[in-house]
Write a protein that binds this ligand. Structure first.
Ligand code: AHN
Ligand code: ZN
Length: 337
């Protein structure tokens, strides 16, 4: 716990130093003074029942821990689902060394909507699940089902894609990345702290993008977006690397009526996949992640426990996140840059 707290504080301090450089020019001050009223462009309706189904389907394979058959089966399902949705699919296979020297056979799964469009938005979520329940009191060494931590972000993104494909109106490009080996991070009190033991798929992709010089206008990472009463604070890593996009998403979430979820308050930085997409790939990327800066674990009560199963998934939360992400995408096509 102390390690983790320290990490957050260190991260926050280092980012404050970075951020001092930006956004003090005259233009941004002027635009802050005359902030135009947000207009919601026409966007299709997000269906939380369908998103729920995509989550249930992933969980039905069992736990999705790298180097296991159920992991590979779920990966094959995600590849096929993206293809069925009409996307161009790239499977990025790689081996990553875990904190305990285990080599993880991993697969980032990338889907491309409208490859010809030059303006592109990146949507990301991790699809693997944690190999242990280190925050639980029982069966700590057994893997978790990860209905929320893993499947929820992927399920919402799949439903966003299905909606866009059915609607046929969105004229910007969208890339999705289902990142692997996010959740094999070093548990607390297991020897000397190792930096960068989480988010191995994001680190790999950020260093080895699926297309040469790939970039995007901005990215949105979804992590733990499925539980009842989820709270999304404006997280520090997102604010530091992508302040404008963070504000835009939270403003849209509020305007759509989801202010119970999109809390207009800041929290400290979290080490999550977006950190590496920001830091290494240079794509301004925001994390929509359920967490509670005032709680002991910093995350939700189900985090890395066996309670992270289908029982905690709430369609209201899926709707709030999915509708907000759709609206962000549809608002981009008419924005004057
Ligand atoms: C750390 O615990 C350092 N980061 C949290 C990233 C994470 C784990 N997201 C889901 N599971
Ligand atoms: Zn996790």
């Amino acid at each position: 716990m102390t390690n983790f707290r320290f990490l957050i504080i260190a991260l926050f301090l280092s980012m404050t130093i970075f951020s001092c450089k930006e956004k003090t020019d005259e233009k941004s001050i002027a635009s802050q003074l005359a902030k135009p009223e947000l207009v919601l462009q026409k966007a299709p309706v997000f269906n939380p029942d369908s998103a729920y189904f995509f989550i249930e389907k992933q969980v039905s394979f069992g736990t999705r821990v790298p180097n296991t058959a159920t992991h590979d089966q779920c990966g094959a399902y995600l590849v096929q689902t993206l293809k069925n949705l009409g996307l161009e699919v790239t499977e990025q296979n790689f081996e990553a060394e875990a904190y305990n020297k285990v080599m993880l056979k991993s697969k980032n799964i990338i889907g491309t909507y409208k490859p010809e469009a030059s303006k592109r938005i990146l949507l990301a979520a991790h699809w693997d699940t944690r190999p242990f329940a280190d925050q639980d009191d029982e069966r700590k060494t057994e893997p978790i089902l990860g209905a929320n931590d893993g499947a929820s972000g992927v399920g919402v993104i799949l439903e966003v894609l299905r909606t866009i494909q059915a609607d046929k109106q969105l004229n910007i490009g969208v890339d999705v990345i289902f990142l692997d080996s996010e959740d094999y991070g070093q548990p607390e009190n297991t020897g000397e702290h190792q930096d960068d033991s989480w988010c191995l798929g994001a680190q790999y992709w950020a260093k080895n993008r699926h297309k040469a010089n790939y970039s995007a206008y901005f990215g949105i990472l979804l992590d733990m977006v499925g539980t009842q009463n989820a709270k999304f604070y404006k997280e520090g890593t997102s604010r530091n690397f992508a302040p404008t996009v963070t504000d835009k998403i939270w403003e849209i979430g509020e305007k759509l009526g989801y202010s119970d979820f999109f809390i207009q308050k800041n929290s400290g930085g979290i080490t999550d996949d977006h950190l590496y997409i920001n830091k290494i790939a240079g794509i301004p990327t925001v994390d929509i992640i359920d967490h509670d800066p005032n709680s002991m674990s910093y995350f939700n009560q189900y985090w890395h426990t066996h309670d992270d199963n289908m029982k905690i998934i709430d369609k209201k939360t899926l709707k709030a996140v999915g509708q907000t992400v759709l609206q962000v995408l549809y608002n981009e096509q008419n924005t004057v840059n």
